[in-house]
Write a protein of this length. Structure first.
Length: 326
């Protein structure tokens, strides 16, 4: 079913299973949309394109929508680059999740929402722990520069033992107040994800993170034996050294089902050929690997020749489907 008229060229598909909005929409638009949904009773899926000129009212709307349709299983609201989304809005959205007990997938993008603080992040995450049916979580706090260690710690402590989670992706790019203190607590919280097979973590430009925090993280990841896909992004975390690569090597040794590994250390200038070669040795031993993506650009203590040699040796195995070494 397509609703048009007042909705202009915006496409809305409505059925007993799906609510999908493929558009960039405003708060005013959402208010009209709210009334268009009055006849729906058992919708299972909600997808909303990027919310233009969004504010905390948009999140209040989503809270009410989740309360109205408790059987929803998938929610994708996107608030990218909306500087006027604040902590109260995250609280409202979290309140909505409290009613959506059947949710299996949550995808929320708060990219560049610069007014989000530790308090809002905590209030939001507190509500996630009640979603026992969750299978997949994708949340981006990219560029939320007011988030600190305290926020990451409280966020981590809000997790319950998420045995149901299979996919987890979290983005903290440019959250440059995050340091080892927060990362170590976060690392411990990962141990509760016993059945996870896909993990993606991004801390690019979090320059306060050192070997100590990174080591804690990969030690925890190494204990998650069900993992098939791991992506760790630490570009321009300039305090990382070969000690981090050694811990990453040990992590890889413990992941017997790993098929896809992506490591990004772009601009980590203290890493050297010694650590890189050691990491490469364990990659060559992993016969289950199908995809390898390594980024060591601007790591000037790692020679181009060593990168080319590792790529050639991995390619010679004939086992990899995708290989990229830079």
């Amino acid at each position: 079913m397509v609703l048009d008229g007042d909705f202009g060229s915006t496409l809305i598909y409505k059925s007993e299973e799906i609510i999908q909005i493929s558009a960039e929409v405003s708060d005013k638009w959402l208010l009209r949309f709210k009334y268009a949904l009055r006849s729906s009773k058992t919708n299972r899926f909600l997808s909303i394109g990027r919310l233009l000129e969004s504010n905390d009212g948009s999140l209040s709307f989503l809270r009410d929508l989740l309360k109205r349709f408790p059987l929803l299983k998938k929610v994708i609201p996107i608030f990218a680059s909306q500087k006027i989304v604040k902590d109260n809005g995250l609280h409202d959205l979290g309140q909505g999740f409290r009613h959506a007990k059947h949710l299996k997938q949550v995808i929320v993008n708060f990219q560049k929402c610069a007014d989000i603080t530790d308090i809002g992040m905590y209030k939001f995450s507190q509500r996630l722990k009640g979603l026992t049916c969750l299978r997949s979580i994708w949340i981006s706090f990219w560029g939320c520069v007011k988030i600190t260690d305290e926020g990451l710690i409280r966020f981590s402590q809000s997790w319950r033992r998420f045995d149901s989670i299979q996919t987890l992706e979290l983005y903290f790019n440019y959250c440059d107040q995050i340091s080892d203190k927060g990362l170590k607590v976060f690392a411990r919280s990962l141990k509760g994800f016993k059945n996870i097979y896909h993990l993606g973590l991004c801390f690019n430009y979090c320059e306060k993170i050192t070997d100590e925090g990174f080591s804690s993280l990969v030690e925890s990841i190494g204990s998650l034996g069900s993992l098939e896909c791991v992506s760790l992004q630490f570009a321009f975390c300039k305090e990382l050294t070969d000690a981090s690569l050694e811990k990453a090597r040990k992590m890889l040794q413990g992941l017997n089902y790993l098929q896809n590994i992506s490591l990004n250390f772009y601009g980590c200038e203290e890493m050297t050929t010694v650590g890189f070669v050691s990491l490469g040795e364990v990659l060559k031993e992993k016969k289950c690997l199908k995809i390898v993506n390594l980024r060591f650009i601007n790591c000037n203590k790692i020679s181009v020749e060593d990168k080319k040699q590792l790529e050639a040796e991995l390619r010679a195995s004939g086992l990899l489907e995708i290989l990229s070494v830079f």
